[in-house]
Design a protein around this ligand. Structure first.
Ligand code: SF4
Length: 385
């Protein structure tokens, strides 16, 4: 008998770090619902380090599943059938035995409302036939399971073995008829740790099971670097960065290993969209160099959906957000609209998904050929877009 995770009292919630109290948060790949927080798997690079939740290794709920769904669909950033949702991706593992019933309950509730939004579920845990059965009951939601797999064997970095995610990916991808999609979420790729020719070949082999594969690097933030140092874990980089790190030579070796693959992507939203036969919901098509590994049919889909908005249209979408009152559009090209006046990132993602077009902050320019990536490990002087 699996017990539901304990529900925190209001007093306990009030004592959580501020960011942990934010149950709905917009992240780049979707609006993230995190009413359960805490995880025992202990990955050294866990994002929980960055907002004071690292020590919380038992899952606890901040509200019931029913309240969490109400909170999500009532949120000013939520748009029915449009906003991509990420379920329990920030602070717990959605298929831990105690969390699994909550994950499935939220899916049932959202699907029962007839919502057709993308819903992304990132997991490294063991899935089973019952999970497949439950996921196949979804009638409306576009469900994607993203299996985090790294091939890292250093238990100080990843105590929970990568082969579990590989086995779950194979199991859930096997049914010929299924209503959900599977993605090999190959991350974090770290030079010297999991980038031998054997590691790359193993990921290539595993990718044959998935509907799509996305590769990405490590978020190496200050708090995570502190943890590495305190625990004597070899530091992968000399410096930290606000974006994920994928050195140039490693990217090229990945592309060489996957030469001829029809389903390798640099961006999560591209892999998810491709798996459902839809254009990228983040509008990456404007960043042309991202698309050089994309299959022709998908390129055509994204090209057909690519619309460059006017500044008036950007302002029109932003008018419902009080936090975007100072928004200014300082430039629009076929690649992106560049804006100022947003103190935080979340409204930018709202605009990006509403328009299906890249919205960049003038303070954090993306550099050509390394969109969304840190400069660490790239040799040429970056050119601003
Ligand atoms: S065409 Fe470009 S934007 Fe569209 S899915 Fe492929 S890589 Fe992403």
């Amino acid at each position: 008998m699996i017990r539901p995770v304990p529900l925190l009292s209001q007093d306990q919630i009030d004592r959580l770090p501020i960011r942990a109290r934010e149950v709905v948060e917009y992240r780049k790949s979707g609006l993230s619902l995190n009413h359960i927080q805490g995880c025992p798997l202990g990955c050294a690079y866990c994002i929980r380090h960055t907002y004071g939740l690292w020590d919380q290794n038992l899952p606890r709920a901040l509200m019931t599943d029913a309240d969490a769904v109400e909170h999500l669909v009532g949120h000013r950033y939520f748009q029915p059938h449009l906003t991509p949702i990420q379920l329990l991706n920030r602070a717990t593992e959605p298929f831990l035995p105690t969390v699994r019933p909550h994950t499935l309950a939220v899916l049932d509730d959202l699907d029962g409302r007839g919502l057709t939004n993308h819903i992304l579920i990132i997991t490294r845990h063991q899935l089973n036939d019952d999970d497949i059965d439950r996921l196949n009951r979804m009638r409306h939601l576009k469900v994607t399971l993203l299996f985090t797999y790294s091939g890292i064997t250093d238990q100080r970095v990843e105590p929970y073995p990568s082969h579990v995610a590989a086995d779950s990916l194979k199991l859930t991808s096997a049914p010929r008829q299924r209503r959900y999609r599977t993605v090999l979420y190959w991350r974090p790729l770290v030079p010297g740790l999991n980038d031998t020719a054997e590691h790359l070949a193993a990921a290539r082999e595993l990718s044959l099971h998935a509907d799509a594969t996305v590769f990405t690097g490590l978020f190496y933030r200050d708090q995570i670097a502190d943890y590495y140092r305190a625990n004597g874990i070899p530091e992968p980089y000399d410096d930290t960065a606000r974006r994920k790190i994928v050195p140039e030579t490693l990217e090229q070796r990945v592309l060489d290993t996957f030469a001829g693959s029809p389903s390798l992507f640099r961006k999560t939203s591209c892999a998810v969209s491709y798996a459902h036969g839809l254009p990228d919901y983040n509008g990456h098509y404007g960043i042309r160099e991202l698309c050089d590994i994309c299959p022709v049919r998908q390129l055509d889909l994204c090209a057909g959906a690519h619309r460059v908005p006017t500044a008036t249209q950007v302002h029109h979408i932003a008018r419902v957000l009080p936090e975007a009152a100072a928004l200014e559009v300082v430039g629009i090209t076929r690649r992106a609209a560049v804006v100022t006046g947003l103190d935080v990132e979340q409204p930018r993602y709202f605009l990006q998904h509403a328009l299906g077009f890249q919205i960049h902050d003038d303070r954090h320019p993306h550099h050509e050929y390394r969109h969304g990536r840190a400069d660490i490990g790239w040799k040429d002087t970056p050119r601003d877009e």
